[in-house]
Every structure is written in C-alpha cells, then in structure tokens.
Write a protein that binds this ligand. Sequence first.
Ligand code: HSE
Length: 399
Amino acid sequence: MLDVAILGLGTVGSGVLEVIEKNSDAISQSAAQEIRVKHILARRDYPGAPYEKLVTKDFSVIENDPDVRVVVETIGGIDAAYEYTKRSLLKGKSVVTANKELVATHGYELMQLARENGVNYLFEASVGGGIPIIRPLSQCLAANKIKEIYGILNGTTNYILTEMIKNGLSFETALKDAQEKGYAEANPDADVKGFDVCRKICILSALSFGRHVYPHQVKTEGIESVTLADIGFAGKLGCRVKLLGRAIHREDGKIAVYVAPHLVHDDNLIASVEGVMNGIIVRGNAIGDVMFYGAGAGKLPTASAVVADVIDAAKHISARKWLSWEDGADEIIYDSALLENSWYVRTTAKKEEIAAGFGDVQLIEGEGEKIFVTPSMNRYDLEDKLGGMSVSAAFRILQ
Ligand code: HSE
C-alpha cells in the first residue's frame, strides 16, 4: 500500500481523486500495490463528501506523516506550492505536479533538491495536459539531438481561435466557453497573454536542450491582437492562425525560444490541431519529425498524466528516475527576433508606402486595410521596413 497526499482540490486535484477512485484496480495493478489517498490539503471543509475526513488545512500533518511517500501538488502558482514542494522533498517524499509555473521557474532547483534527498520530482502533466511528452522526450527520444520543438501548447487559446475560425464566435464568448469547460487558468490572462505557453516551452526547451530556460528569457505574445479579420485573411492565404511556442537549438549551441501567434500553412499537421487539443512537433537529428497530439487541458486528461506519475513514483520509491537538466544562463539564449521567416502584415498604409518598403508584394485589400506577405527577414528588418506605417498585425508565417 502506498499513501499519497493531494495538495489542493481545484480542477486538477479533484480530477486526480476521481481517477484514483475510478481506476483503482488498473492503477494498483500498474503500481504493483494499492494507491491510497490519505490526506487532502484544502482551504475549506467538504461536509458530506466521501473524502470529508481526509481533508486537512494544516500542511504539517502531511509533512510529518511518514506513511505519505508521494505528494501530489495541484495548488498551482508559486508561493505555497513552492514552499510545500520543498518541505515535502526535504522530508524524503516524492512530489508529482501539473504546475508548469513552478517547474518553469524553480524546476532546476527542485530537481536538485529531489536528487539530494533520494526522491523524485515528476511533472508529466505540466505540458500538454494528458499528452505524454515529458517521458518521451527524456527517455524515448534520448538518443537524438533535438534541433527544434514547437507546437500548440495551450488548450484555451486554441479553443478560442478554433471557435473564431469555425463558428465566427467573438473572442469573449469563446473565452467564457473555455472557462466553463474548465480549460482556462484561474486567471485567464495567463492563457490569453501567452504566459502559460511560455512556461511550457521553457520546460520543453530545458528537457530537449539540457539547460534551464527561465520565463523572463522568452519573448512572449498572446492572442489579444488576433482579430476575425486576420483569421479571414489567413484563410485566403491557405493558413490558420495558431498560437505557437517554439524553441530552436542552433548550431552555435544557443537556444532561441519565443511565443507568438503564427499563420500556419494548412499543409502543416499543426494547422489541423483544433479546439482544446494540443499538438507538439519534435525534430530530432535521428528520428526526424515526431508529432504528439491529444487533450491539452481539462480535468481528467490532466489528472491522467498526474496519476501516471504517481504510479511511476510508487514504482521507483527507492530509486531515482532520470530527469534533470543544468541551470540556465543569459549567454545561452539567442535573440529570437533575429530568426528569419516571411511575415503576414495587415496595415492601413498606402500602396506606395508598402512598395517603398517591400517592393512588388502582392496585396489583398479588405475594408480600408491591406494585407501582404513579406519575403523572409528577421523582426528588426521587418520593423525597419515598416518604418512609420500604421500596422494592425504582423505575424510570422510557418510553412
Ligand atoms: N489553461 C491551460 C490550457 C491548462 O488551456 O492549456 C492546461 O495547462
């Protein structure tokens, strides 16, 4: 029997409880022992709930219970989650989490702490919701040098963009829908402004390239600037608008990482990733391109990945899983604005102004606006050529 404590009973925490109850036979079989939830840390009481008696408001009850070998941290955010994770690891308990903010900010330090205390810090659910990606990257693709990793890493924004594309829904209605379905973060700004993708691409970069990438090192744009007009024009160009996180390992050893809306060509598999689904492409030097696809958010898909880590922690209770990377540094980061590609530009500028900056580019005319596609160039050159033009949108185009 393995005793587990769950910290936090929000969407993911309650999903973990549900999955452990619902699939107890299969879980016990995989873990080769029964997994029992012994404590739940929550801010309020749950009178009448079947787990009422497991609930405590005092973390030290969990910290000081030697039976608890695995702690599931589903509090989210940094403050309490960081403190309780450290205290659990120091007490020789493995910690399993879906908390991408904590892993992206303190992952290196927490993995070190886990190693020093002979336990594991596992976070499969932190990226891609229910999609297996952390384990495949750290184990199955370990024979490759990863050259690039990119994809749709946020279910909420992909849901919003898909609803805008397919059903012409407004941004606000689609966001409300995503919130009601339990996809969005507690503060949906983290989804809409791209911070959630930023945290996830930091984790994927660290796993792929072996050095911690911190969120403040990643240029991050969200989807607030995307309008129905852009979605319509993108369609005319054979593309779809997608929010991508992208990380490239350059030949010189530096890492370029950024988050931004892109026009993705219909031929790219990522273009057909719709709704709450996430899609991640990993480019390895031996395997070529591999794509991971599945439910990127939601209670049970995320809980599925958390519980898989609990099982793994149970099976490795006195062994360490190989999961680590080195600390990061500003010197290893390449300025992503120097990456070159074609750009989609929507502007109210006159034809002559556009021609002066970009030559003979083909123009599509909308209501008082024009759109055009630039030749391949970096962001600085683009801004230089745009000069004083009034620009409503400028997005990278991914073939
Ligand atoms: N808010 C996140 C999303 C949840 O929409 O993808 C999963 O990380």
